[in-house]
Ligand binder design. Structure first.
Ligand code: 5GP
Ligand code: MG
Length: 194
């Protein structure tokens, strides 16, 4: 059958070293995760607060697996990462519509939990937003034995090694988000360690 060519690792041929989590494993886990989330909310309406841009692809797949009445809110965050070990602030880009969260069961959805600073920042932002409840969901959670007290998530897709991953929404320099698998780069960027 003719059609547009499918995106594969070959699209980014020279850049990708290895597929860490292939698309079929992602799809199966997103299914199961949606079941866990639906079970926790027991038929209540849910407001998904998605952290852009990294959660975009995960969000689209997860939403369509959730057998709940779902509203969507978006927040765009940007974290500055320098070479210094402390890391920079997590900045809100644009406006978070806090009014839309009042009295709601809110599920924050992000792509990956690393230092936990992003989820902590959102926790602060939502602390006085009068939500009915706030829980968090990430597709990936990095093993960071050096941060035993880091902010955790309520729902986690996969635990992964402390490596820099791209694909399925995750970028390097805003590239590779459309890669359907979660991959390691041939030239793994060295990053500041927040
Ligand atoms: P945290 O605030 O928990 O340190 O990091 C969360 C954010 O950092 C994620 O939303 C993501 O944007 C970015 N991030 C952390 N680790 C990775 C990674 O391995 N790959 C990519 N592409 N982004 C990452
Ligand atoms: Mg992000």
């Amino acid at each position: 059958m003719d059609g547009p060519p499918l995106i594969s690792q070959r699209t980014f041929d020279r850049d990708i070293a290895e597929v860490l989590i292939p698309r079929d494993r992602i799809a199966a886990r997103v299914d199961a995760l949606a079941g866990e989330i639906a079970g926790r909310y027991g038929g209540e309406d849910l407001t998904v607060l998605a952290v852009l841009t990294g959660s975009l692809v995960f969000l689209a797949d997860l939403l369509r697996r959730l057998p709940l009445r779902v509203r969507i809110e978006l927040v765009r965050l940007r974290s500055y990462r320098g070479a210094d070990a402390a890391g920079g602030p997590v900045e809100v880009v644009g406006q978070l519509d806090r009014g839309a969260l009042v009295g709601r069961d809110v599920l924050v959805v992000d792509d990956i939990l690393d230092s936990g600073r992003t989820l902590a920042r959102l926790g602060d932002l939502l602390a006085d937003a009068h939500c009915r409840s706030v829980r968090t969901c990430v597709l990936l959670r990095k093993r960071r034995d050096d941060l035993p007290a880091r902010r955790d998530a309520d729902f986690v897709g996969f635990d992964v090694a402390d490596r820099f991953v791209v694909g399925y929404g995750l970028d390097f320099d805003d590239m590779y988000r459309n890669l359907p698998d979660i991959c390691l780069l041939a030239d793994e960027p060295r990053r500041g360690r927040p």
